[in-house]
Design a protein around this ligand. Structure first.
Ligand code: ASP
Ligand code: MG
Length: 322
């Protein structure tokens, strides 16, 4: 047996119901035979987070940030407790830990907080008692001792960050996709699954539209050199290994992405610091991710990670003509 730690992360569709939770439990037990310590990170079940978000928005157009984070982080608490109940019932000593119980300390931002550090003492204590430790993804505690969330899809980031903090051997990301492909397999018949890809390539792929992993998880993997393996929960096919690679010059993948770009035109606006400040302010407040900002002499362009709606154009217009 490897005297090592493995981190296993399961996405929302992998834990959607009791049947699937049993599949996950069996996988976890399998890894526990192979590794001395197993840490599991879970997402919320199925579409739980979407549902919680829309429920909050029925109550308030712009829900209080603190309470919003408190609400939308509950989905993960349900899934971790259920898996712990199940594993204990199956005879495997397990404990669920919320983000704050697991020592996941984040920045103040309630909506898209950054993991600042992880105090692993509680996790290590439980592992020392030979328990399978099941941690809620997507959540942490900020310096005000309030619950924070890491942005949509953030459980991947929890998983890789925990793997880095524990110096785990590997971090497996299980989901309904079995790896990274040379193109979107739903659109390109000939798309092939990649055996491996570098962090750098994966970061580019993710920024350019591939929705395999939360992008910050790969940045952390790269920084701390955590081998990340994406695999299917539902079959035993080999996944894709994301790790450091020596230089190569082969094509890995081709990806298409529809993005939004908003541009402000005007001679010399590059020197209008008040305008630039205003734009940054708007972006800061909006729930959008920015890929790039281009500031040229007569044009400021903001390229968004995804499609944005016209409301943002309205805000840019307001700030430009005020
Ligand atoms: N449950 C959260 C979401 O739906 C986090 C995650 O699944 O990674 O965004
Ligand atoms: Mg995800």
């Amino acid at each position: 047996m490897k005297d090592k730690i493995v981190v296993l992360k399961f996405g929302g569709s992998s834990v959607a119901d009791n049947e699937k939770l049993k599949k996950v439990a069996n996988k976890v037990i399998g890894y526990k035979k192979e590794y001395k310590h197993v840490v599991v990170i879970l997402s919320a079940q199925g579409k739980t987070t979407d549902k919680l978000i829309s429920e909050a928005k029925e109550l308030a157009k712009d829900p209080n940030k603190r309470e919003f984070a408190a609400l939308i982080s509950t989905g993960e608490q349900v899934s971790i407790a259920k898996l712990a109940i199940l594993l204990n019932e199956m005879g495997h000593n397990s404990i669920s830990l919320t983000g704050w119980q697991a020592g996941i300390k984040s920045s103040i931002a309630n909506k898209c907080a950054i993991i600042e550090n992880i105090d692993v003492s509680r996790i290590e204590k439980e592992l020392g008692e030979d328990k399978i430790v099941i941690i809620a993804g997507f959540q942490g505690v900020n310096r005000n001792n309030d619950i924070s969330t890491l942005g949509r899809g953030g459980s991947d980031t929890t998983a890789v960050a925990v793997a880095a903090a524990l110096e785990a051997d590997k971090c497996y990301i299980f989901s309904d996709v079995d790896g990274v492909y040379s193109a979107d397999p739903n659109k390109i018949e000939d798309a092939k699954k990649l055996k491996e890809i570098s962090y750098k390539e994966m970061i580019d792929l993710s920024n350019e539209g591939a929705k395999v992993l939360h992008d910050r998880s790969i940045v952390i993997g790269n920084k701390f050199n955590v081998p990340i393996i994406t695999k299917s929960t539902f079959n035993n096919k080999e996944g894709t290994l994301i790790s450091k690679k020596i230089e190569e010059n082969t094509v890995k993948s081709i990806v298409k992405k529809d993005v939004s770009k908003i541009s402000i035109i005007g001679e010399g606006i590059m020197r209008n610091t008040k305008l630039i400040e205003g734009i940054i302010n708007i972006i800061d407040k909006a729930e959008v991710e920015v890929l790039r900002i281009e500031i040229l002499d007569a044009k400021i362009s903001v390229i968004f990670k995804d499609m944005v709606d016209d409301d943002l154009v309205k805000k840019f217009h307001e700030v430009s003509f005020n």
